[in-house]
Design a protein around this ligand. Structure first.
Ligand SMILES: [Zn+2]
Length: 415
């Protein structure tokens, strides 16, 4: 594990590489070239994703214009826009007054649009929505108005036109107390490609362990913390096992479009349904390298593994918080197929780094911090990949399974 080498690869892929864009393809090619330079081979596995070209995105409140971005995948309004009364919905419960108030209106919600809120709004007969992001102290010069996308399960449930605005503008809008809001959205929706980068190292046994890390970022973010860091740690693991032949076969998957709803790992399990029975375990790395931060491992497997890893951290002298749970990342689609896994991460200490915006930069990161995650990752992998029989049963406990189902089918869960 050479953290300095990993850190320089991190700088190379440290540009905005949103799922389904040319920049994501460019990052995929950098990973492929790196694998080739190690003497290995990689394949790019493409999959379809939604894309859109937004032509018009406007919001007027009693004639006053606000800067907004349209939710991609949220359809089109009529040419002259959708006009309806305004309602600021602070929070929503099913028997709340909000349920009555939202009907027939364009609704501003606090912060992001949760799945539960979306479904409730759709059921209530709300006709459009407004979300906001960032901090009221943000200046246009030091922040971006974040783009948003209506995820497919929501669109399938009901398509509501939506826009996103800055927090400061949302505050201004509420103070203005407009009677009517007009939203204008015009967008072309089409399919494009995203891709997973896949490389294999044959072991002595047919049993397969997959390593996953997503290499895409969100818009405006260089995504070095999330998740260039995990991508380069995976590359170090790949290098490691090209030198010491593993007992089990290893498949390294750098996933695309994780940030758009785990689309890369979902596409991988869908395309490889026939071979999944050979996969016994998933090792996922998502976020790392903040100078000030906490090492964490989230175990999506039977609880004895959580204890085993916890003992191992103590035995080997690594201060890592270990717990059983699901983690919102690429191990989930594998867990859905009954494949247990672990998630490695180093979270930034509060206020000490940024995620999902232009401030996810190298400034907050160090190779020493990257090494902190990498060292235990390597020790854990060596022990489990080379174990005589694989000690973790290929099953997901009921309580974890429920969480996975709820995560993957949020709407179904609410019905
Ligand atoms: Zn991530």
């Amino acid at each position: 594990m050479d953290a300095k080498r990993a850190f320089s690869l991190l700088k190379k892929i440290g540009f905005t590489r949103m799922g389904g864009t040319n920049e994501e393809l460019q990052a995929a090619n950098i990973l492929v070239d790196e694998i080739k330079s190690i003497g290995g081979q990689a394949t790019i596995e493409e999959f379809d994703v939604n894309s859109q070209t937004i032509k018009t995105q406007k919001l007027f409140a009693d004639g006053v214009e606000y800067e907004v971005v349209a939710y991609g995948n949220s359809g089109n309004t009529a040419k002259d826009g959708l006009t309806a009364p305004f309602y600021y919905m602070e929070y929503f419960t099913d028997n709340d007054i909000a349920k009555f108030e939202a009907k027939g209106k364009i609704v501003l919600t606090n912060s992001y649009m949760s799945l539960a809120t979306y479904k409730s709004l759709a059921d209530t007969g709300c006709v459009g929505f407004i979300t906001f992001g960032g901090d009221v102290l943000d200046k246009k010069s030091n922040s971006d108005l974040m783009t948003r996308e209506l995820r497919q399960p929501l669109k399938d449930y009901k398509t509501l036109p939506g826009v996103n605005m800055r927090a400061a503008d949302a505050m201004k809008l509420v103070k203005q107390k407009p009677k009517n809001i007009t939203i204008k959205i015009e967008q072309d929706e089409f399919k494009t490609k995203s891709r997973n980068v896949v490389a294999e190292i044959k072991g002595e046994l047919d049993e397969v362990i997959v390593f996953t890390a997503h290499y895409d970022s969100v818009n405006f973010s260089k995504g070095v913390y999330d998740n260039g860091s995990g991508s380069v740690l995976l590359m170090e693991m790949y290098r490691h096992y090209t030198k010491v032949k593993p007992r089990r076969t290893l498949r390294f998957i750098w996933t695309g479009c994780e940030e758009r709803g785990l689309l890369g790992s979902k596409a991988y399990v869908a395309a490889h349904e026939q071979e999944l029975s050979k996969i016994v375990f998933c090792i996922n790395v998502d976020v790392g390298a903040p100078v000030l931060g906490t090492e964490r491992i989230v175990v999506t497997a039977e609880e004895s593994l959580t204890h085993a890893i916890d003992y191992m951290t103590k035995e080997l002298g690594h201060a890592i918080q270990v717990k059983s749970d699901i983690y919102s990342s690429d191990a989930i689609p594998f867990a859905d197929k009954g494949i247990p896994g672990v998630n490695f991460m180093r979270d930034g200490a509060p206020g000490c780094n940024h995620i999902h915006d232009r401030n996810d930069t190298m400034f907050y990161l160090s190779s020493d911090a990257l090494k902190s995650t990498g060292e235990f990752l390597e020790k854990f992998s060596d022990r489990y990949i080379n174990s005589y029989v694989f000690p973790v049963p290929r099953k997901i406990p009921d309580d974890i399974k429920k969480k996975v189902d709820k995560y993957l089918n949020p709407i179904k869960d609410l019905l």
